[in-house]
Design a protein around this ligand. Structure first.
Ligand code: PGA
Length: 221
C-alpha cells in the first residue's frame, strides 16, 4: 500500500485552547477517514505540543506529532532554544530548514546540517525542506519536502509538471528518500497532485489550521 503523509504545519498559530479545540474536533472526524494509506503528523507550535501529545496519547489516536524547528545544539547554555531531547518527550518528527526559517531567521546550510544531526542524535525523524532540487540535502535524510517559496501561503501552488520535474531530480540524487510537496495545498486542489511521480505526501500550512478543512483534504485522497 502506498502510504501518504499529511503533515500539518501550524506555524506560529493557535493558543493552547485553540489547539485543544482543534484536537477535539479533528478526533471526531477521524473515524470517517480511511487511514490504511495515510500517515497524519501534526506540528503545533511548542506551547501547544504538550496539549496535543497528551490528547493523542489519552485517546490513543493514530496521529504523530512533530515540531517545526529544533535547536542546532544539545542541552546547555543556549537561551531560548528547545533541544532534541526535550522535543523527544513529546514528538517523533521535526521539520527542519523551512524557507520561512531561512528567510526570517537566516538559517544557513550549516545550521541545517547541525539541526539534522541533533535530530538524529535524539532519535527524531527529520523532515527536511528544500526550495529546489539544488538545495543541500544532508546525508541520510529520509523525508524531503519540496516547498517552492512562491507557492507558500500564496494560493498559487506549483504545477504538477514542475513538481514532477523537481522530484525526478531529487529522486535521482536521493533514491531512498520520501518526497513531499508543500505550498498552497487545499481540499480543492490536492487531487491534482496525487498522480505526481514519487509523491509521498504533503506539507500543509494554511489548510491544516481548520480541523474540517484538514479532514476534508484527506478525505478526497
Ligand atoms: P501553505 O504552507 O500550505 O500555507 O502554503 C505550506 C508550508 O509552508 O508548509
Amino acid at each position: 500500500m502506498d502510504t501518504k503523509y499529511f503533515i500539518a504545519n501550524w506555524k506560529s498559530h493557535k493558543s493552547t485552547q485553540e489547539a485543544r479545540e482543534f484536537m477535539w474536533a479533528f478526533a471526531r472526524l477521524l473515524p470517517q477517514l480511511d487511514l490504511s494509506d495515510k500517515k497524519i503528523i501534526i506540528c503545533p507550535p511548542y506551547p501547544s505540543l504538550t496539549v496535543c501529545t497528551e490528547f493523542v496519547r489519552a485517546n490513543d489516536l493514530p496521529i504523530a506529532l512533530g515540531t517545526q524547528n529544533i535547536s542546532a545544539f544539545p542541552a546547555g547554555a543556549y537561551t531560548g532554544e528547545i533541544n532534541g531531547e526535550q522535543i523527544k518527550e513529546f514528538a517523533t518528527y521535526v521539520v527542519i530548514g523551512h524557507s520561512e526559517r531561512k528567510r526570517y531567521f537566516h538559517e544557513t546550510p550549516e545550521d541545517i546540517r547541525q539541526k539534522v544531526d541533533q535530530a538524529k542524535v535524539s532519535g527524531l525523524i527529520p523532515i527536511l525542506c528544500v526550495q529546489n532540487e539544488d538545495d543541500t540535502v544532508v546525508d541520510g535524510v529520509g523525508i524531503i519536502a519540496f516547498e517552492p517559496p512562491s507557492a507558500i501561503g500564496s494560493g498559487k501552488p506549483d504545477s504538477p509538471e514542475d513538481i514532477e520535474k523537481v522530484f525526478g531530480a531529487l529522486h535521482e540524487k536521493y533514491p531512498s528518500s520520501q518526497l513531499l510537496y508543500g505550498g498552497s495545498i487545499n481540499e480543492e486542489n490536492i487531487k491534482n497532485f496525487l498522480a505526481v511521480k514519487h509523491l509521498k505526501g504533503f506539507l500543509i500550512g494554511g489548510a491544516s489550521l481548520d480541523p474540517q478543512q484538514f479532514y476534508q483534504l484527506m478525505s478526497v485522497c
